[in-house]
Design a binder for this molecule. Structure first.
Ligand code: KE4
Length: 427
């Protein structure tokens, strides 16, 4: 596989952009080697600058559920761009996308658009703190909610104690307001509440975790968070930036039947353009400026191009039979992978929910972050490199979810399974 042009561009990129990339995971650090630079994408395929083509299971980390350059989305964007790209003033497009989102998420009565998932979660937490007049936040080890200071925090020394910064530059005084619990372990959450029954503003949890690989909630876990947050007067924030529209036309909350107070969205609702959103109960959302005192703002929030791409994407997803098709192809791929693992006796576990899946290099099923952290990262890296050489573009980290899209064909699935069979040889 020739990657000389990518290598040349990477050299230039590293001179002017830290690590040569604008988001760390793209640098392939977790799997070794240098990243390929992309030239274009169409449908299920992505093409690098050396002309290599790949079947794409990153899908821009979730947004490209319809496949790349979907004709109806592209046509709508071409028309929208003729009308200008940004006004800094309200448009009806924002109302249209808000109504589509609220229709898909019954727990959301109002929504505010922002430009990234990070902005969405950061703003939702500020709102939760204002509404409850409390400061503490509970998050979970292995869950990622973007890179705002209060969320780049890891568990302190003793469980249920103060958080400590998970990155230089995060002040200890901010980190200590975030307490980290163990995902799928309700007792670890109860302990924090019992220690500080009136101090917790909110619990934030991924609807379906995809940032430690795909790790589904144990039966009763999300419901248990709902009971505990209600019992102690804290808000439940469900971060559906990744899981939104990936498990159904709606969120993991619809799939698992849990009703959060606030929800964060991103990725799919922007159809590949920069969008985030947060929303929930009217009495909470009304606290947001300018209807209330909680400040939040954004130059490009509700951008007309991003709204257009989001509207077109959701209108297509809403059509009958779309999710049946998406899940049928995901199931076909995942069943094929399980058969290969069994035939080869490979040391892997496959986790799939909806259109998200992860192949864990672990002897036993991965049920939480500790299980994910115990994977064989060496083997994953070898597997990743072989798959890339075989024309399959996977997320370059064991701690990520892969995404099936509506443009993936039967031929793509058969080629992917053949590549997996070859790539697992000897692992
Ligand atoms: P952004 O700020 O990257 O738009 O969204 C942050 C975020 C929030 N919540 C969840 C559940 C997320 O998965 C994300 C971002 N996901 C990563 C993938 N693990 C984006 C890829 C990247 O960081 O480049």
């Amino acid at each position: 596989m020739v990657t000389t042009k990518s290598a040349k561009i990477m050299k230039k990129a590293e001179e002017v952009i830290p690590g040569g990339v604008n988001s760390p995971v793209r640098a392939f650090k977790a799997v070794g080697g240098k990243p390929v630079f992309i030239d274009k994408a169409k449908g299920s395929k992505i093409f690098d600058v050396d002309g290599n083509s790949y079947i794409d299971y990153i899908g821009s980390w979730g947004p490209m559920i319809l496949g790349h350059a979907e004709p109806r989305v592209t046509a709508a964007l071409k028309k929208a761009i003729e009308r200008g790209t940004s006004y800094g003033a309200p448009t009806e497009l924002e109302v249209e996308l808000a109504e589509l989102v609220i229709d898909a998420f019954p727990s959301m009565k109002m929504v505010r658009f922002v430009s990234s998932g990070t902005e969405a979660t950061m703003s939702a937490i500020r709102l939760a703190r204002a509404y409850t007049k409390r400061d503490k936040v509970i998050k979970f080890e292995g869950c990622y909610h973007g890179h705002s200071d209060g969320l780049l925090v890891k568990a302190g020394s003793g469980a249920a104690t103060f958080g400590v910064p998970d990155s230089p530059g995060v002040p200890a005084d901010i980190a200590k307001l975030t307490v980290t619990a163990a995902y799928n372990n309700l007792a670890s959450v109860r302990k924090i509440f019992e220690k500080d029954p009136e101090g917790v503003a909110c619990v934030i949890v991924e609807g379906l975790p995809g940032n430690m690989g795909v790790v589904p909630p144990k039966t009763g876990f999300l419901e248990g968070l709902r009971v505990l947050t209600k019992q102690y007067g804290a808000l439940l924030i469900m971060d559906e930036v990744m899981s939104g529209f990936r498990l159904c036309y709606g969120g993991a909350q619809n799939y698992y039947k849990v009703n959060p107070d606030l929800t964060c969205l991103g990725k799919v609702i922007g159809g590949g353009l920069p969008v985030g959103a947060f929303g929930g109960k009217r009495k909470i959302m009304q606290m947001l400026s300018p209807s209330g005192p909680v400040y939040q703002a954004g130059t490009l929030s509700g951008n007309p191009l991003a709204m257009t791409a989001g509207i077109e994407t959701l209108k297509i997803l809403k059509k009958d039979g779309v999710y049946e098709k998406l899940f049928a192809s995901t199931a076909k791929l995942c069943q094929g992978i399980v058969e290969i693992i069994q035939d080869r006796g490979a040391p892997c576990q496959l986790t799939n929910v909806g259109s998200m899946f992860t192949l864990f290099f672990s002897e036993k099923p991965v049920k939480d972050y500790k299980g994910a952290a115990a994977c064989d990262f060496e083997k994953f890296s070898t597997y990743f490199g072989r798959m890339l050489k075989n024309g399959i573009f996977l997320p370059p980290s064991q701690y990520e979810a892969a995404f099936m899209g509506l443009a993936h064909s039967k031929v793509d699935i058969d080629s992917t399974l053949a590549a997996i069979d070859k790539s697992l040889k000897g692992l």
